[in-house]
Design a protein around this ligand. Structure first.
Ligand code: UD1
Length: 421
């Protein structure tokens, strides 16, 4: 298994290009199932999660070609041979459940495996099921699979979600595009990836209003057609690399970054003493001398502070001046990076969903283990700021969400290499 060797090496300077959003691409790809005509996505990130979604779509009979070094996904669901998402693929990636809404809407039935336990919490699908049932689907759980059917087709309805789940919003919105009549989805998630999905669905002929707010209204249409769509910038990759100069000092411009994608996160960096400025090419992040100030963080649905940046923010807080409290409100059990950071000399105490981090002058390099996608990159960030060498093992987690991480960080002066193992 490969590992990553990082050596703490002073300030970082230069530019880092930010890729298309993994999480947007993972909902845009299943949208192809809604139409017989091809859907082409540009600016797709080159990640193992995208390969997993490709394999899932292919297992349903869709044609998927990865063009221009993987940055273009050309897909056609003209002839599908199956409406079953098998456990063998779904267990690898929870986002596989995003085929449920589109398959049900287009074919009137679908069988999708439950994702099973996940390292960062239970992650059930009850909100997806409740929303699709409100549209008239009958869904039964049998042998670990959701059997969904809507014999006479889905019908528009007013539905309020108990919690603004990202995936449930995506599944319900996709399903409602082909339902009869109007659907009003209340307490919908507002993430930029949902706005991106709606923009793509609209290009395919869907009639949708209100994306980016907590009420989305969808007027069902008979069919959707093909389209070409550019995947929105990855705000989590953006935020992650914004932390590199914040942790090491220096000035780095994140190409393609926009403030509207990371407003609440940038406000926290600002409070910590790190400057974030919008340029015509992206976002410029600067930290001059001295340690950053400790800031408290509470993770919330968008536009709040993203849970997917909590681990990386914790790495920054490890060397801040003072103590910070990080409260995780989206996922239970999402502090598995904390004991690894402690191995590097951090002072962290975890009680339930709250971590208290007392900043230390300097972290020390150590062998550490990646436990999930965002935890793995937080350890790399910590390693960049530590004294000596840090080896991060189990980097297959990293490959799910960060393309060319070594090349991107080397480009701004980091000492980092991938060790084949
Ligand atoms: C998406 C993102 C993930 C991010 C998360 C929260 C993708 C592919 N993944 O995941 O990176 O961390 O949003 O911003 O876009 N829940 C239920 N019942 C449900 C659905 C969810 O209880 O039916 C709970 C989950 O267990 C979790 C919380 O709601 O505690 C948030 O989940 P959700 O917003 O659905 O996240 P995902 O769409 O899975």
């Amino acid at each position: 298994m490969d590992s990553i060797l990082v050596t703490g090496n002073g300030p970082l300077n230069g530019q880092i290009p930010i890729a298309g959003a993994k999480n947007a691409c993972l909902t845009l790809m299943p949208a192809t199932l809604l139409s017989e005509e091809p859907l082409t996505l540009t600016n797709a990130p080159r990640l193992s999660d995208i390969k997993t979604m490709t394999a899932l779509l292919q297992s349903l009979g869709a044609e998927v070609s990865s063009l221009q070094d993987g940055q273009v996904q050309a897909m056609s669901s003209h002839d599908l041979t199956s409406q079953t998402a098998d456990y063998e693929i779904v267990r690898k990636m929870r986002a596989s459940n995003l085929v449920l809404g589109p398959l049900l809407a287009r074919f009137g039935h679908a069988v999708v495996s439950l994702p099973g336990g996940c390292a960062i919490g239970a992650r059930p699908m009850d909100l997806h099921v409740e929303g699709l049932e409100a549209l008239g689907a009958e869904i039964e759980l049998k042998d670990g699979y959701l059997y969904a059917k809507a014999a006479g087709g889905l019908k528009g309805a007013v539905h309020e979600m108990r919690f603004a789940s990202v995936g449930a919003t995506e599944n319900i919105v996709m399903a409602a595009t082909l339902a009869k009549g109007t659907t009003v989805l209340k307490n919908a998630a507002r993430e930029p990836e949902i706005v991106d999905l709606v923009e793509c669905l609209r290009k395919m002929g869907a009639q949708i209003a209100g994306e980016g707010t907590s009420t989305i209204e969808i007027q069902g249409v008979d069919r959707l057609h093909g389209a070409t769509h550019q995947v929105v910038t990855d705000r989590i990759e953006l935020g992650t690399y914004m932390l590199a100069p914040a942790i090491c000092g220096g000035e780095v411009e994140l190409l393609g970054g926009r403030m509207r994608l990371v407003e609440s996160f940038a406000a926290k960096l600002d409070a910590a003493g790190v400057s974030v400025e919008e340029t015509d090419k992206g976002l410029k992040v600067t930290r001059k001398n001295g340690r950053v100030a400790a800031v408290d963080v509470v993770t919330e649905p968008f536009p709040g502070f993203p849970t997917d940046l909590q681990a990386q923010m914790m790495a920054l807080m490890c060397t801040a001046e003072g103590a910070s409290v990080l409260e995780e409100r989206i996922f239970e059990n999402r502090f598995m990076h904390a004991p690894e950071l402690v191995r590097m000399g951090a002072d962290i105490e975890v009680h339930g969903g709250t971590a208290t981090v007392k900043g230390v002058e300097r972290l020390k390099g150590a062998p550490v283990m990646a436990t999930d996608l965002r935890a793995s990159v937080s350890l790399i960030l910590a390693g960049l700021a530590a004294e000596g060498e840090t080896t991060v093992s189990r980097v297959y987690h990293l490959d799910r969400g960060y393309e060319h991480v070594v090349r991107k960080l080397e480009g701004v002066g980091a000492k980092i290499e991938r060790i084949k193992g």
